[in-house]
Design a protein. Structure first.
Length: 300
């Protein structure tokens, strides 16, 4: 997307582990920007069992790159691990999440390539339709700031809540206008939302946790629109340390992910055909990150 987001807040007003890692990152030595054959690249992910990864590892090996996946159980862990040099790359987050991490930590991780954008869905084991949810019931959303805001926008679009701010990427549960809303909202850690389903009317689930709840992506009773042109901040990315932004080996891995047919087939399969694969120019990703970080800082 080659358009400037003048204000991410305005754009979204109308839209919708602890693991001990030994050693240091292994592919970042040598001259910046120069890839070397037979390098080993450690990539942090949330969901190592996703179907795209075996094909990705095999395709990388054919190019002389050994990929080691490091699986994390929650979203809070891969960015600190990358910052500390325990990983070379990570691939689990969208731009909003990355911007909020950078702003909170004072770090400068940067996107080096897009993967896909995923719709965020509302799921229930009690109700088959949003309209069936009784007034006064409780709906759960993720407690991390970026996904919570997006989740609240989904609930507002579904007619379950009203947000006093109208809805922005900075919305949180405190912005829910309870007097004008059909349901109550509670925030829980994303990883435990699947097990919370029996205790609530419905829950927003990140794609990584849908199958853990015994559900399929088709079971979503509401979701946002990933094709909206203003959705750039929610594009998922490969992230690297700023010093490695021009690393040719890492760029090759992004190319493999974006263009290998088996990898793309696995990506779609693991998302229940909900993923929208993207080859967004890196310059657009970096510009979006900068814009979102500025807005995060201004609203901090």
């Amino acid at each position: 997307m080659s358009r400037r987001l003048n204000s991410v807040v305005a754009a979204f007003a109308a839209v919708p582990l602890v693991i001990g890692l030994a050693g240091c990152a292994s592919a970042s030595g040598g001259d910046e920007g120069e890839g070397e054959a037979n390098e080993t690249v450690r990539i942090g992910v949330v969901g190592e069992s996703d179907e795209q990864w075996p094909a990705f590892i095999d395709a990388a090996a054919e190019e002389g790159i050994t990929v080691e996946l490091v699986d994390f159980g929650s979203y809070e862990q891969p960015n600190p691990a990358l910052t500390e040099g325990e990983l070379d790359l990570n691939q689990f987050q969208h731009i909003v999440y990355l911007a909020q991490y950078n702003e909170a930590s004072g770090e400068n991780l940067t996107p080096i390539g897009s993967t896909a954008i995923y719709p965020l869905g509302l799921y229930s084991t009690k109700y088959d339709d949003v309209d069936d949810i009784p007034e006064g019931e409780t709906v759960a959303v993720p407690d991390d700031a970026s996904n919570q805001a997006r989740a609240l926008l989904v609930l507002q679009s579904a007619g379950l809540i009203e947000l006093s701010s109208g809805g922005t990427i900075f919305s949180d549960v405190a912005d829910v206008d309870e007097s004008a809303s059909k349901v109550k909202v509670t925030a829980l850690e994303a990883a435990i939302l699947p097990t919370s389903l029996p205790d609530v009317a419905a829950s927003i689930l990140n794609n990584d946790f849908v199958e853990a709840a015994g559900l399929t992506f088709e079971d979503a009773i509401a979701q946002d629109d990933p094709s909206d042109p203003n959705a750039l901040p929610y594009v998922n990315v490969f992230a690297a340390r700023a010093d490695d932004a021009d690393n040719e080996t890492y760029a090759k891995l992004v190319e493999i992910f974006q263009t290998n047919e088996e990898v793309q087939a696995g990506l779609l399969a693991s998302s229940g055909d909900t993923a929208v694969p993207l080859q967004t120019p890196v310059s657009d990703l970096v510009e979006s990150l900068s814009t979102v970080q500025e807005d995060v800082a201004a609203n901090g």
